[in-house]
Design a protein around this ligand. Structure first.
Ligand SMILES: Nc1ncnc2c1ncn2[C@@H]1O[C@H](COP(=O)(O)OP(=O)(O)O)[C@@H](O)[C@H]1O
Ligand SMILES: O=P(O)(O)OC[C@H]1O[C@](O)(COP(=O)(O)O)[C@@H](O)[C@@H]1O
Length: 304
Protein backbone atom coordinates (compact mmCIF):
# COMPACT_ATOMS: atom_id res chain seq x y z
CA UNK A 1 0.00 0.00 0.00
CA UNK A 2 1.20 3.51 -0.78
CA UNK A 3 0.34 5.78 2.15
CA UNK A 4 0.47 9.49 1.42
CA UNK A 5 0.76 11.96 4.28
CA UNK A 6 -0.41 15.52 3.65
CA UNK A 7 0.07 17.42 6.90
CA UNK A 8 -1.19 20.62 5.26
CA UNK A 9 -3.86 19.80 2.64
CA UNK A 10 -5.50 22.59 0.68
CA UNK A 11 -8.49 23.47 -1.36
CA UNK A 12 -6.87 24.91 -4.48
CA UNK A 13 -8.93 27.85 -5.73
CA UNK A 14 -7.88 28.27 -9.36
CA UNK A 15 -8.91 31.68 -10.66
CA UNK A 16 -8.53 32.90 -14.25
CA UNK A 17 -8.36 36.58 -15.14
CA UNK A 18 -6.89 38.39 -18.12
CA UNK A 19 -4.65 40.55 -15.96
CA UNK A 20 -4.20 41.31 -12.29
CA UNK A 21 -4.23 44.95 -11.24
CA UNK A 22 -2.73 45.19 -7.78
CA UNK A 23 -4.57 47.72 -5.60
CA UNK A 24 -7.73 47.73 -7.82
CA UNK A 25 -10.92 45.70 -8.07
CA UNK A 26 -10.35 42.65 -10.29
CA UNK A 27 -13.16 40.43 -11.59
CA UNK A 28 -12.43 36.83 -12.49
CA UNK A 29 -13.27 34.69 -15.47
CA UNK A 30 -13.55 30.97 -14.65
CA UNK A 31 -12.90 29.87 -11.09
CA UNK A 32 -12.65 26.25 -9.94
CA UNK A 33 -11.99 24.46 -6.67
CA UNK A 34 -9.83 21.35 -6.46
CA UNK A 35 -8.98 19.07 -3.52
CA UNK A 36 -5.22 19.56 -3.22
CA UNK A 37 -2.09 19.30 -1.18
CA UNK A 38 0.91 17.32 -2.35
CA UNK A 39 0.24 13.87 -0.90
CA UNK A 40 -3.46 14.09 -1.72
CA UNK A 41 -2.58 14.82 -5.35
CA UNK A 42 -0.23 11.81 -5.40
CA UNK A 43 -3.04 9.57 -4.12
CA UNK A 44 -5.51 10.99 -6.67
CA UNK A 45 -3.19 10.25 -9.59
CA UNK A 46 -2.33 6.77 -8.24
CA UNK A 47 -6.06 6.04 -7.99
CA UNK A 48 -6.50 7.12 -11.62
CA UNK A 49 -3.77 4.60 -12.50
CA UNK A 50 -5.39 1.81 -10.42
CA UNK A 51 -2.52 1.70 -7.93
CA UNK A 52 -3.74 1.16 -4.33
CA UNK A 53 -3.11 4.20 -2.12
CA UNK A 54 -4.58 5.79 0.98
CA UNK A 55 -4.45 9.53 1.72
CA UNK A 56 -3.85 10.59 5.32
CA UNK A 57 -3.18 13.91 7.02
CA UNK A 58 -5.19 16.56 8.84
CA UNK A 59 -8.48 17.99 7.57
CA UNK A 60 -11.01 20.26 9.25
CA UNK A 61 -13.98 22.57 8.74
CA UNK A 62 -15.98 23.18 5.54
CA UNK A 63 -12.86 23.04 3.38
CA UNK A 64 -11.82 19.73 4.93
CA UNK A 65 -15.33 18.36 4.23
CA UNK A 66 -14.95 19.44 0.59
CA UNK A 67 -11.69 17.49 0.31
CA UNK A 68 -13.08 14.36 1.97
CA UNK A 69 -16.26 14.48 -0.13
CA UNK A 70 -14.52 14.98 -3.44
CA UNK A 71 -12.12 12.10 -2.77
CA UNK A 72 -14.66 9.62 -1.42
CA UNK A 73 -17.12 10.43 -4.24
CA UNK A 74 -14.48 9.06 -6.62
CA UNK A 75 -13.84 5.95 -4.52
CA UNK A 76 -10.46 7.17 -3.25
CA UNK A 77 -9.41 5.67 0.07
CA UNK A 78 -8.78 8.22 2.85
CA UNK A 79 -7.97 8.01 6.53
CA UNK A 80 -7.69 11.60 7.74
CA UNK A 81 -7.34 12.92 11.28
CA UNK A 82 -10.14 15.42 11.92
CA UNK A 83 -8.99 18.78 13.32
CA UNK A 84 -10.94 21.79 14.65
CA UNK A 85 -9.75 24.58 12.35
CA UNK A 86 -10.62 24.66 8.65
CA UNK A 87 -8.17 23.30 6.10
CA UNK A 88 -6.43 26.14 4.20
CA UNK A 89 -7.44 27.52 0.82
CA UNK A 90 -4.58 28.16 -1.61
CA UNK A 91 -5.11 30.70 -4.37
CA UNK A 92 -3.77 29.93 -7.84
CA UNK A 93 -4.05 32.99 -10.08
CA UNK A 94 -3.90 32.31 -13.80
CA UNK A 95 -3.13 35.40 -15.83
CA UNK A 96 -0.43 35.18 -18.51
CA UNK A 97 1.67 33.85 -15.63
CA UNK A 98 0.81 31.47 -12.80
CA UNK A 99 0.89 33.13 -9.37
CA UNK A 100 0.35 31.03 -6.24
CA UNK A 101 -0.59 32.16 -2.74
CA UNK A 102 -0.25 29.20 -0.38
CA UNK A 103 -1.71 29.76 3.09
CA UNK A 104 0.10 28.87 6.32
CA UNK A 105 -2.59 26.40 7.38
CA UNK A 106 -4.36 25.55 10.64
CA UNK A 107 -2.79 24.73 13.98
CA UNK A 108 -2.48 21.08 14.93
CA UNK A 109 -2.72 19.84 18.53
CA UNK A 110 -0.46 17.22 20.13
CA UNK A 111 -3.52 14.95 20.28
CA UNK A 112 -4.05 15.33 16.51
CA UNK A 113 -0.39 14.60 15.87
CA UNK A 114 -0.42 11.48 18.05
CA UNK A 115 -3.48 10.20 16.18
CA UNK A 116 -1.62 10.59 12.89
CA UNK A 117 1.55 8.91 14.20
CA UNK A 118 -0.52 5.98 15.41
CA UNK A 119 -2.15 5.65 12.03
CA UNK A 120 1.18 5.66 10.17
CA UNK A 121 2.55 3.05 12.62
CA UNK A 122 0.01 0.55 11.28
CA UNK A 123 2.04 0.19 8.07
CA UNK A 124 5.38 -1.56 7.63
CA UNK A 125 7.36 -3.94 5.40
CA UNK A 126 6.25 -3.72 1.76
CA UNK A 127 4.44 -0.39 2.18
CA UNK A 128 5.55 3.01 0.89
CA UNK A 129 5.24 6.25 2.83
CA UNK A 130 4.98 9.50 0.86
CA UNK A 131 5.67 12.66 2.89
CA UNK A 132 4.79 15.62 0.75
CA UNK A 133 4.32 19.35 1.08
CA UNK A 134 4.60 21.91 3.83
CA UNK A 135 4.28 21.27 7.56
CA UNK A 136 1.87 23.52 9.51
CA UNK A 137 3.88 25.91 11.70
CA UNK A 138 2.46 24.48 14.94
CA UNK A 139 4.36 21.24 14.24
CA UNK A 140 8.12 20.68 14.35
CA UNK A 141 9.94 21.21 11.06
CA UNK A 142 11.91 18.03 11.85
CA UNK A 143 8.75 15.89 11.74
CA UNK A 144 9.61 14.32 8.34
CA UNK A 145 12.92 13.26 9.88
CA UNK A 146 11.17 11.48 12.78
CA UNK A 147 8.56 9.86 10.51
CA UNK A 148 11.26 8.70 8.07
CA UNK A 149 13.40 7.17 10.78
CA UNK A 150 10.46 5.16 12.16
CA UNK A 151 9.13 4.14 8.75
CA UNK A 152 12.45 3.01 7.30
CA UNK A 153 13.30 1.04 10.44
CA UNK A 154 9.96 -0.77 10.05
CA UNK A 155 10.85 -1.67 6.43
CA UNK A 156 8.84 0.97 4.58
CA UNK A 157 10.12 2.77 1.51
CA UNK A 158 10.06 6.52 2.09
CA UNK A 159 9.43 9.21 -0.53
CA UNK A 160 9.79 12.92 0.29
CA UNK A 161 8.70 15.91 -1.76
CA UNK A 162 9.37 18.97 0.36
CA UNK A 163 11.59 22.02 0.69
CA UNK A 164 15.12 21.92 2.12
CA UNK A 165 14.28 22.70 5.76
CA UNK A 166 11.80 19.78 5.88
CA UNK A 167 13.82 17.30 3.82
CA UNK A 168 17.15 17.86 5.57
CA UNK A 169 16.22 16.18 8.91
CA UNK A 170 15.28 13.02 6.96
CA UNK A 171 18.59 12.70 5.16
CA UNK A 172 20.14 10.64 7.96
CA UNK A 173 17.79 7.75 7.00
CA UNK A 174 17.51 5.93 3.69
CA UNK A 175 15.07 7.34 1.14
CA UNK A 176 13.54 5.68 -1.91
CA UNK A 177 12.73 8.77 -4.00
CA UNK A 178 12.89 12.54 -3.83
CA UNK A 179 11.79 15.03 -6.48
CA UNK A 180 13.05 18.56 -5.98
CA UNK A 181 12.36 20.95 -8.85
CA UNK A 182 15.33 22.95 -10.13
CA UNK A 183 14.59 25.86 -7.77
CA UNK A 184 14.35 23.62 -4.70
CA UNK A 185 17.61 21.90 -5.68
CA UNK A 186 19.27 25.31 -6.04
CA UNK A 187 17.88 26.42 -2.69
CA UNK A 188 19.43 23.32 -1.14
CA UNK A 189 22.93 24.44 -2.12
CA UNK A 190 22.38 28.20 -2.02
CA UNK A 191 22.79 28.52 -5.81
CA UNK A 192 20.55 29.01 -8.84
CA UNK A 193 20.12 25.87 -10.96
CA UNK A 194 19.35 26.97 -14.52
CA UNK A 195 20.69 24.26 -16.79
CA UNK A 196 20.51 20.47 -17.02
CA UNK A 197 24.30 20.37 -16.45
CA UNK A 198 23.87 22.29 -13.18
CA UNK A 199 20.99 20.00 -12.15
CA UNK A 200 23.26 16.98 -12.66
CA UNK A 201 26.14 18.62 -10.80
CA UNK A 202 24.05 19.37 -7.70
CA UNK A 203 21.94 16.21 -8.00
CA UNK A 204 25.19 14.20 -7.73
CA UNK A 205 25.98 15.98 -4.47
CA UNK A 206 22.66 14.71 -3.04
CA UNK A 207 23.65 11.16 -4.03
CA UNK A 208 26.17 11.35 -1.17
CA UNK A 209 23.13 10.66 1.05
CA UNK A 210 21.39 7.29 1.10
CA UNK A 211 18.82 8.16 -1.60
CA UNK A 212 17.95 5.53 -4.22
CA UNK A 213 16.35 7.76 -6.87
CA UNK A 214 16.70 11.53 -7.22
CA UNK A 215 14.52 13.17 -9.84
CA UNK A 216 15.04 16.85 -10.62
CA UNK A 217 12.15 18.35 -12.55
CA UNK A 218 12.72 21.46 -14.64
CA UNK A 219 9.19 22.13 -16.00
CA UNK A 220 9.39 22.64 -19.81
CA UNK A 221 13.19 22.21 -19.73
CA UNK A 222 12.84 18.48 -18.98
CA UNK A 223 13.97 16.38 -16.05
CA UNK A 224 16.95 14.42 -14.77
CA UNK A 225 17.01 11.17 -12.80
CA UNK A 226 20.07 10.13 -10.83
CA UNK A 227 20.71 6.81 -9.12
CA UNK A 228 23.98 5.31 -7.81
CA UNK A 229 24.44 3.57 -11.22
CA UNK A 230 22.77 5.75 -13.82
CA UNK A 231 21.87 9.26 -14.94
CA UNK A 232 18.98 9.83 -17.35
CA UNK A 233 17.83 13.04 -18.98
CA UNK A 234 14.26 13.43 -20.26
CA UNK A 235 12.75 15.86 -22.75
CA UNK A 236 9.13 16.70 -21.98
CA UNK A 237 6.39 16.39 -24.61
CA UNK A 238 5.22 19.57 -26.33
CA UNK A 239 1.75 20.81 -25.47
CA UNK A 240 -0.30 23.71 -24.21
CA UNK A 241 -0.06 24.23 -20.47
CA UNK A 242 -3.55 24.69 -19.02
CA UNK A 243 -2.82 24.44 -15.30
CA UNK A 244 0.49 23.19 -13.97
CA UNK A 245 -0.69 23.00 -10.33
CA UNK A 246 -0.13 19.40 -9.24
CA UNK A 247 2.26 18.50 -12.07
CA UNK A 248 5.16 17.91 -9.66
CA UNK A 249 2.94 15.70 -7.49
CA UNK A 250 1.84 13.86 -10.62
CA UNK A 251 5.51 13.17 -11.49
CA UNK A 252 5.95 11.58 -8.05
CA UNK A 253 2.82 9.45 -8.56
CA UNK A 254 3.96 8.50 -12.07
CA UNK A 255 7.34 7.23 -10.88
CA UNK A 256 5.79 5.19 -8.06
CA UNK A 257 3.11 3.83 -10.40
CA UNK A 258 5.79 2.79 -12.89
CA UNK A 259 7.68 0.86 -10.22
CA UNK A 260 4.45 -0.73 -8.91
CA UNK A 261 3.64 -1.85 -12.47
CA UNK A 262 7.09 -3.51 -12.65
CA UNK A 263 8.67 -1.03 -15.08
CA UNK A 264 12.43 -0.46 -15.03
CA UNK A 265 13.85 2.71 -13.45
CA UNK A 266 14.28 4.25 -16.92
CA UNK A 267 10.72 3.43 -17.99
CA UNK A 268 9.33 4.58 -14.63
CA UNK A 269 11.12 7.88 -15.21
CA UNK A 270 9.55 8.15 -18.68
CA UNK A 271 6.14 7.38 -17.17
CA UNK A 272 6.73 9.97 -14.45
CA UNK A 273 7.53 12.73 -16.95
CA UNK A 274 4.49 11.80 -19.08
CA UNK A 275 2.30 11.94 -15.97
CA UNK A 276 3.63 15.36 -14.92
CA UNK A 277 3.11 16.76 -18.41
CA UNK A 278 -0.37 15.21 -18.71
CA UNK A 279 -1.35 17.21 -15.62
CA UNK A 280 0.30 20.41 -16.90
CA UNK A 281 -1.72 20.05 -20.14
CA UNK A 282 -5.04 19.52 -18.23
CA UNK A 283 -7.34 21.73 -16.15
CA UNK A 284 -7.16 19.28 -13.25
CA UNK A 285 -4.92 16.25 -12.67
CA UNK A 286 -3.79 13.82 -15.38
CA UNK A 287 -6.07 11.12 -16.76
CA UNK A 288 -4.76 7.62 -17.52
CA UNK A 289 -5.59 8.09 -21.26
CA UNK A 290 -3.63 11.34 -21.50
CA UNK A 291 -0.65 9.78 -19.74
CA UNK A 292 -0.60 6.76 -22.09
CA UNK A 293 -0.80 9.11 -25.09
CA UNK A 294 2.19 11.14 -23.86
CA UNK A 295 4.48 8.23 -22.81
CA UNK A 296 5.86 7.66 -26.35
CA UNK A 297 6.49 11.40 -26.71
CA UNK A 298 8.95 11.52 -23.78
CA UNK A 299 12.51 11.00 -24.96
CA UNK A 300 15.06 9.62 -22.52
CA UNK A 301 18.80 9.77 -22.94
CA UNK A 302 21.14 7.73 -20.79
CA UNK A 303 24.10 9.90 -19.73
CA UNK A 304 26.19 7.15 -18.10
N1 LIG B 1 5.54 23.64 -19.62
C1 LIG B 1 5.55 22.32 -19.46
N2 LIG B 1 5.56 21.50 -20.56
C2 LIG B 1 5.57 20.15 -20.42
N3 LIG B 1 5.60 19.53 -19.23
C3 LIG B 1 5.59 20.29 -18.10
C4 LIG B 1 5.57 21.71 -18.15
N4 LIG B 1 5.55 22.19 -16.89
C5 LIG B 1 5.58 21.10 -16.07
N5 LIG B 1 5.61 19.96 -16.80
C6 LIG B 1 5.65 18.57 -16.31
O1 LIG B 1 5.47 18.56 -14.92
C7 LIG B 1 6.66 18.04 -14.26
C8 LIG B 1 6.87 18.79 -12.96
O2 LIG B 1 6.93 20.18 -13.20
P1 LIG B 1 7.85 21.16 -12.36
O3 LIG B 1 7.33 22.55 -12.59
O4 LIG B 1 9.28 20.93 -12.71
O5 LIG B 1 7.64 20.66 -10.86
P2 LIG B 1 6.90 21.32 -9.60
O6 LIG B 1 5.43 21.35 -9.96
O7 LIG B 1 7.20 20.38 -8.48
O8 LIG B 1 7.49 22.71 -9.43
C9 LIG B 1 7.76 18.20 -15.29
O9 LIG B 1 8.82 17.26 -15.10
C10 LIG B 1 7.00 17.94 -16.59
O10 LIG B 1 6.80 16.56 -16.80
O1 LIG C 1 2.26 22.30 1.00
P1 LIG C 1 2.73 23.37 0.06
O2 LIG C 1 4.20 23.36 -0.18
O3 LIG C 1 2.20 24.74 0.45
O4 LIG C 1 2.12 23.03 -1.37
C1 LIG C 1 0.74 22.83 -1.52
C2 LIG C 1 0.32 23.11 -2.91
O5 LIG C 1 1.05 22.27 -3.79
C3 LIG C 1 0.17 21.49 -4.60
O6 LIG C 1 0.12 20.20 -4.02
C4 LIG C 1 0.67 21.46 -6.01
O7 LIG C 1 2.04 21.08 -6.01
P2 LIG C 1 2.88 20.91 -7.36
O8 LIG C 1 2.37 21.94 -8.34
O9 LIG C 1 4.30 21.11 -6.94
O10 LIG C 1 2.64 19.51 -7.84
C5 LIG C 1 -1.19 22.16 -4.50
O11 LIG C 1 -2.25 21.25 -4.61
C6 LIG C 1 -1.16 22.83 -3.15
O12 LIG C 1 -1.86 24.04 -3.18
Amino acid sequence: MIVTVTLNPSVDYVVRLSELNIGSLNRTGDATYFAGGKGINVTQVLHELHIPSVATGFVGGFSGEFIKDSLTARGIQTNFVQIDEPTRINIKLKTRDETEVNAAGPSISTENLNALLQLVNEYGEGDTLVLAGSIPSSLSSSLYGDLTEKASSSGMKVVIDAEKALLEPALTSSLHFIKPNQHELGEYFGVEVKTVEEAILYGKKLLAYDIENIMISMAEKGAVLLTKDAIYQAQVPKGIVKNSVGSGDSSVAGFLAGREKGLSIEESFRFSVATGSATAFSEGLATADDIERLVPQVTIQSLI
